[in-house]
Structures are given as structure tokens and as C-alpha cells.
Ligand binder design. Structure first.
Ligand SMILES: Cc1cc2nc3c(=O)[nH]c(=O)nc-3n(C[C@H](O)[C@H](O)[C@H](O)COP(=O)(O)OP(=O)(O)OC[C@H]3O[C@@H](n4cnc5c(N)ncnc54)[C@H](O)[C@@H]3O)c2cc1C
Ligand SMILES: *[C@@H]1O[C@H](CO)[C@@H](O)[C@H](O)[C@H]1NC(C)=O
Ligand SMILES: *[C@@H]1O[C@H](CO)[C@@H](O)[C@H](O)[C@H]1NC(C)=O
Ligand SMILES: *[C@@H]1O[C@H](CO)[C@@H](O)[C@H](O)[C@H]1NC(C)=O
Length: 428
């Protein structure tokens, strides 16, 4: 037994809930669990909270609206327009509005906010703790979580329930011919001079592609964006993850017949020609077929000095691989049921972006703070035998009408997570 301890690491006291990841989703759950006096720990790989926002958005500007002033003193209503603050139960809320005056704040403000949030709320976060893998306990009760500390030491946590809040940390690998010639959005140079006079191709017409274009389109000779579909504008689709106006300056130079451009190809194929240029070839379009042509204005306009891949992010399946959590949703999220529980491994839940993809606001802080709260309530019902919070309305018609009108006018969770979260009225 001793030998076993020495080689596999020391056992930690158990927790009912282990949350993996101290991003906004993990911290949100932790605060609610603390307010409910649940037994929980957050295991975080980085030395700080919110490490995603140390690196992203790559060019620094959040696309979450920091609406500091609203025409009401109602704090629930104000959360309809505050896209960055987390919810606080049981004590004074910590609001993002005092971390930046910008409507689209710098990413550093989010890092500062999240680190104050765990400190002010005194959350039980174990930093420098990477979850290597999760397996079921041999006695059938819960899970064993193997972790490695930054110092090299290892430790096992025993947890009844696991909530993975590890976000979407990995850039989607290039899946098209010639992707090896491209630079990922995660490592594209931030030094504008590196783009002086360059012809730039960006693969991917979402926010990260346009954000990259906007940073350097004053330097490049031309900037082209290519993707499978026409651009989807957030102001038209009402989906917060589609192209936001704050990132779309390049459309202006395109529509005003400057040298930037956008196109749709079913499949992207990049080759390197004899001059070392990166050329886009496409079977559908005859004129793109001869990348070595010397015509200055025809096929060579599809050859570039630099190609950047901005094709989205995917989850990291490694920590739950031993539990065979392999079913994938939309090519990037682990598949969960309506209670956020993995369809492959009961007892493993996923918080953060996912279930409502392209349906509601759950890909962003202002959406998943509410799905995290719903998950925390579900967990208390399922694992602690508690009841879902409810209010009794004693004067059926007047009281119910008053409660419903109030929720419709003020409620922030149902407002942000439209068509996904709702209130239920039970009539006796
Ligand atoms: C380019 C880009 C820009 C975005 N901009 C915005 C924006 O402006 N506003 C917005 O609201 N949303 C934005 N998003 C969405 C954003 O990803 C989420 O809002 C947010 O980061 C998700 O929070 P999370 O807590 O689920 O995950 P994350 O913030 O990614 O947190 C996950 C945490 O888990 C930790 N972790 C991962 N694996 C392990 C492990 N094995 N062991 C221990 N810890 C681990 C990580 O270190 C990290 O701290 C953007 C996304 C992208 C891709
Ligand atoms: C985490 O590790 C860093 C060094 O990588 C160290 O400076 C920091 O104090 C550690 N934090 C905790 C809470 O252990
Ligand atoms: C930016 O790039 C240019 C040339 O590409 C280089 O001369 C300059 O030193 C770089 N600046 C920084 C801060 O790295
Ligand atoms: C995962 O799948 C493998 C191969 O099918 C199987 O041997 C193993 O028992 C499974 N593990 C769990 C935890 O279900």
C-alpha cells in the first residue's frame, strides 16, 4: 500500500464535486456551490484564473458588451446588458463595469476581473493542478482524478461528481490540403510590420479571421478571406458568435472596391508554387487552375505570401479519454444530454459553451453563467436530494400575473438564454 502511494501520488480528502478549470464557467459554478455550502474544489492547470483570456482574443479586444449604464436601478435588469460579470449568490456581486470603461474591453480586464472574483468570493481553487485523467473508483462510488502539480508532484482527488469546465482550448487542426503552409490564429504575429506589403490569405470567415484581418489590413497589399459559407452577420442572425460589427471593418474596403476580398469555396486547397507563393486552387473555378501563370492580374491574385488558419476551436478530450467520452456534438463539443451530463459517462458533466450552440448565447459568459446556474441546481436536485428553487404564489390570478410580468420585464437568464432556459409555472 505504501509503495502504491509513493508511485501514484498522495490521496487528497474527497469532495462531492470536482470542477476542472477555473475559467468563467468553473468559477461561476464554484461560487454557487460555495453559497450552497456544497463540498467542492476547482482544479486549475494555470497559476491564475481565466488563463484563456491571457491569450484570447488574440488581438486583445473582447467582443462582449460592457454596458456600464442602463436606464434602471434594477440589478436583475442591468444583467441583461452586462455581458461580462459573473453571478454572485449570497453576497455583494462583483461587477465588471469597474474593470473597464470600454464598451469592448481589453482581454486583460477579464483576467483581472476573474482573479478578483475568486479572491473576493474566497473560492476553493487549486492552482497549478493539471487533471491528467479521470477514472471510476474501484468501489463504484464516484471518480479518481489524477493530477500533476506544476512542481512535478502528483495527487489523486476522490470526487463523487465531476464537472468539466475546460472550455475549448485547442485550435481546430487544419483538415485541408496544404494546411501545413498555414499559420494558426493562435500564433499569428501581432507585429503589424511583419505584414508590410504582404498578400495575406485568411482561411475562416468568423470573428477570429476578421479580427486578424482588421489588425493588419492597413499593412497588407491585399487581404483575402475564404470560407465555406457566406459571412453570417450577428446583427442579422442574432447569434452572438457570428461576425460582430466590431470586427468587420474589412467589409468596408471590400465593398468600396479596394483590394481586399471575401470568397466562398467548398473546399480549400493550398499549394506552394515555384516562386514559393501560397496559391489557392479550386477545381470549380477554371481561372484558379494555373497558379504559375505570369499574368499579373488574373490567377496570381490568388497567390499569397502568408496564409492564416482561423477555423475555430475544439474541446480537449484527453482528461476524460479513459471514460470513453468520445461522442462529439457539432464537431467541437462533447455530447451531453439536457442535464449537461455526458452521454458516454454518467456522473461527468460539462459546463460552459456547448449544448445551445447557434441557438442561444451559451457560447459566451453572459449566456453560460445561467446554464452553469441551472447545472448547479440540477446537481443539488440529483446528488443532494434538494428541490429546485421555487416560489409559491398565493393569490392565483393577480399574484401570478404580477410574477410573470415581473419576470418578463426583468429576468436576465431567460432574456439571454432565449429558446433554451425558461420558467415553469405549475398550476394546482
Ligand atoms: C478567439 C475567441 C474569442 C472569444 N472571445 C470571447 C469574448 O469576448 N467574450 C466571451 O464571453 N467569450 C468569448 N469567447 C468564448 C470563450 O472561450 C468563453 O467565454 C470562455 O473562455 C469559456 O469559459 P470556460 O470557463 O468554459 O473555459 P476557459 O475560459 O477556456 O477555461 C477553461 C480552464 O480550464 C483549464 N484547464 C483546461 N484543461 C485542464 C486540465 N486538464 N486540468 C486542469 N485545468 C484545465 C484552463 O487552464 C482554463 O483556465 C471567445 C472564444 C474564442 C475562441
Ligand atoms: C504556481 O506555480 C508558479 C510557478 O510556476 C508559482 O509562482 C505560484 O506561486 C504557484 N501558485 C500556487 C498557488 O501554487
Ligand atoms: C516587428 O517586425 C519588424 C519587421 O518585420 C521588426 O523590424 C521589428 O523589430 C519588430 N518589432 C518588434 C517589437 O518585435
Ligand atoms: C472503454 O472502451 C474500451 C474499448 O471498447 C473498453 O475496453 C473499456 O472497458 C471502456 N472503458 C470504460 C470506462 O467504459
Amino acid at each position: 500500500f505504501l509503495v502504491c502511494l509513493l508511485t501514484t501520488g498522495t490521496a487528497d480528502a474527497g469532495y462531492q464535486y470536482c470542477i476542472v478549470g477555473a475559467g468563467p464557467a468553473g468559477l461561476q459554478l464554484a461560487q454557487l456551490m460555495k453559497a450552497a455550502s456544497s463540498s467542492y474544489a476547482v482544479l486549475e492547470r494555470s497559476p491564475i484564473a481565466g488563463s484563456f483570456f491571457q491569450s484570447y482574443p488574440r488581438h486583445g479586444k473582447l467582443i462582449s458588451i460592457n454596458k456600464r449604464w442602463v436606464d434602471s436601478r434594477n440589478t436583475e435588469y442591468a444583467m441583461r446588458h452586462d455581458w461580462n460579470s459573473l453571478l454572485t449568490e449570497g453576497s455583494e456581486p462583483l461587477l465588471f463595469r469597474s474593470y473597464s470603461q470600454e464598451l469592448f474591453p481589453p482581454k486583460e480586464a477579464m483576467v483581472a476581473y476573474l482573479n478578483d472574483y475568486w479572491r473576493v468570493n474566497n473560492l476553493n481553487v487549486h492552482f497549478n493542478t493539471t487533471v491528467i485523467d479521470v477514472t471510476r473508483s474501484t468501489d463504484g462510488n464516484g471518480f479518481r482524478v489524477s493530477t500533476r502539480h506544476a512542481s512535478g508532484s502528483k495527487k489523486i482527488y476522490k470526487c463523487e461528481v465531476i464537472v468539466m469546465a475546460t472550455g475549448l482550448p485547442n485550435l481546430r487542426p487544419g483538415e485541408f490540403p496544404g494546411h501545413e503552409y498555414t499559420v494558426g490564429y493562435d500564433s499569428v504575429s501581432l507585429n503589424r510590420s511583419d505584414f508590410d506589403g504582404k498578400r495575406l490569405l485568411i482561411i475562416g470567415k468568423g470573428n477570429s479571421g476578421f479580427e486578424t484581418a482588421q489588425h493588419v489590413y492597413g499593412q497588407t497589399r491585399l487581404t483575402h478571406l475564404v470560407g465555406r459559407q457566406p459571412v453570417r452577420f450577428a446583427w442579422s442572425t442574432h447569434y452572438v458568435g457570428d461576425l460582430r460589427a466590431v470586427n468587420n471593418e474589412l467589409l468596408d474596403t471590400y465593398q468600396l472596391k479596394s483590394l481586399d476580398g471575401l470568397f466562398e469555396f467548398d473546399s480549400v486547397n493550398i499549394i506552394k508554387n515555384a516562386r514559393g507563393e501560397l496559391c489557392l486552387v479550386n477545381d470549380d473555378e477554371e481561372k484558379l487552375k494555373s497558379p504559375d501563370s505570369t499574368w499579373d492580374t488574373d490567377s496570381r491574385q490568388y497567390c499569397y505570401d502568408l496564409a492564416v488558419r482561423a477555423t475555430g476551436f475544439v474541446w480537449d478530450s484527453r482528461p476524460t479519454a479513459k471514460l470513453n467520452v468520445t461522442s462529439v456534438f457539432r464537431g467541437k463539443y462533447p455530447r451531453v444530454g439536457n442535464n449537461f451530463e455526458s452521454v458516454d459517462a454518467p456522473g461527468i458533466y460539462f459546463a460552459g459553451p456547448g449544448l445551445d450552440f447557434r441557438q442561444s448565447a451559451g457560447g459566451f459568459v453572459h449566456g453560460f453563467r445561467y446554464t452553469a446556474r441551472a447545472l448547479q441546481r440540477l446537481l443539488r436536485v440529483k446528488h443532494q436530494g434538494e428541490r429546485w428553487p421555487a416560489a409559491l404564489v398565493d393569490r392565483p390570478l393577480v399574484g401570478l400575473l404580477d410574477a410573470l410580468v415581473r419576470r418578463i420585464n426583468e429576468g436576465s437568464g431567460t432574456y439571454q438564454m432565449l429558446s433554451f432556459l425558461g420558467d415553469i409555472v405549475l398550476l394546482n
